[in-house]
Write a protein that binds this ligand. Structure first.
Ligand code: HEM
Length: 382
């Protein structure tokens, strides 16, 4: 009995020791966050929520000689280029060094700062364990930062830059899609890149995006597909604006509800616009970039505001147009991303056409299709 009690006591004590020492707490390293990377890359010192595919916040503790600080690194790549943003809690320099052989030696260093409101991003190389780090050009290499920019705000410095995965310079490490890059990082309170790091320093691993999984761009679409996406988004806007005007004219709830549904349709096209970096040009209600849409909208609005029945018939013909345009766009693309969105919109437009034609019938009037043939119309109504 005494033996059993002793064993229980030893087990409980061991448990307490483990608990207090933190051994049984899960280890948590820096978390890599993923995003769509659908935003166009702009080296303006502002890191957009979808400008990069991955990001990680690295923390440097306050220790002797170091005041402590955080550096957020965001990156994305395709098969050719690496795009990166460094955002550090300092008004001084921030830096990353790719693949050192030991300490700082042989690290392919990129060091950035904002000097008198001007971004400076240098392509350097550390020749020794504790530096010096020198410009690639001074070592006989080349400056391979293709584009860069940056900003200093509220005690944070952000720099963004682009370089080739393989620059061809012997002072730059060669990267491949999907590669795990070992790197060091450091920050200083001073902008002078020759001043030693006195805020934070550390090591990290960055994993590049695998080949073919790079961020989508408009280059992945045909010109017809790109134009089609922007046209369809604007056509859904024309429907929304038309139904809002008709609701304002005769207060029929069918127009208020359908306008809301058209807003949802517009919202379902927008991820395509973002994903492929197509650049949406917003227009005020009732105004359109496409002049044929402008004309149709103006005509149907003018006709629709005359009476509730004219309004229903105008709305039904707009849905016919929408169906025909969506069918044409669907025929012109094999891109599943786009097809999924268009098929959803097509189902929505058929539903709207049925609702408007039925409402007109309830008012004692039969709707005759204006654009599609009677058979197709009957099929939709059926
Ligand atoms: C500006 C000139 C620089 C000087 C004089 C310098 C000097 C040193 C020295 C003396 C050490 C040894 C440890 C210590 O004292 O804390 C060290 C370590 C380190 N330095 Fe630098 N450094 C410079 C720039 C950089 C830059 C630009 C980076 C950016 C990547 C960097 C990253 C590191 C890291 C990560 C360590 C720790 C390495 C390890 O623990 O293996 N240094 N540096």
């Amino acid at each position: 009995m005494v033996q059993v009690m002793k064993s229980i006591f030893i087990l409980l004590s061991l448990g307490m020791i483990l608990l207090l020492s933190g051994c049984i707490q899960p280890e948590s390293g820096p978390q890599v966050k993923e995003a769509l990377a659908s935003e166009e890359w702009k080296p303006n010192g502002v890191v957009g929520p979808n400008e990069y595919a991955r990001s990680v916040v690295l923390h440097g503790a306050k220790t002797q000689g170091y005041s402590g600080g955080d550096l957020e690194i965001s990156w994305k790549n395709d098969d050719q280029y690496l795009y990166m943003a460094l955002n550090g809690s300092t008004n001084g320099w921030i830096s990353v060094g790719f693949e050192p052989s030991e300490w700082m030696k042989d690290a392919d260093i990129i060091i950035g700062s904002i000097e008198e409101e001007k971004p400076v991003v240098l392509d350097e190389y550390s020749t020794g364990n504790y530096g010096p780090h020198e410009k690639d050009v001074d070592l006989g290499g080349t400056d391979d930062i293709l584009e860069f920019g940056g900003k200093e705000e509220n005690g944070f410095t952000t720099v963004e830059f682009k370089r080739k995965l393989n620059t061809g310079d012997r002072f730059d490490k060669i990267f491949e899609p999907g590669q795990e890059i070992s790197m060091i990082w450091a920050m200083a309170a001073s902008e002078n890149s020759q001043t030693k790091h006195n805020m934070a320093k550390g090591e990290a691993i960055l994993t590049l995006q695998a080949s073919g999984t790079g961020f989508p761009t408009s280059a992945a679409l045909t010109a017809k597909e790109s134009e089609g996406i922007l046209f369809i988004e604007e056509e859904e806007k024309a429907a929304r604006d038309l139904y809002n005007s008709l609701f304002a004219a005769d207060q029929m709830t069918i127009f208020k509800d359908t306008a809301q549904s058209e807003q949802n349709h517009m919202d379902s096209v927008r991820p395509l616009i973002e994903r492929y970096g197509l650049g949406l040009s917003e227009k005020n209600p009732g105004r359109f970039n496409n002049q044929s849409l402008q004309k149709i909208y103006d005509q149907l609005k003018q006709k629709g505001i005359k009476s509730p029945n004219e309004a229903l018939s105008s709305a039904a013909s707009f849905e016919e147009l929408s169906i025909i345009d969506l069918q044409r766009e669907l025929e012109g693309t094999n891109n599943e991303d786009i097809r999924t969105v268009y098929q959803g919109l097509l189902a929505g437009s058929r539903k709207h056409l049925r609702s408007f034609a039925k409402e007109l019938k309830a008012q004692g009037e039969d709707y005759s299709p204006q654009l599609m043939n009677q058979d197709e119309f009957n099929k939709i109504m059926g």
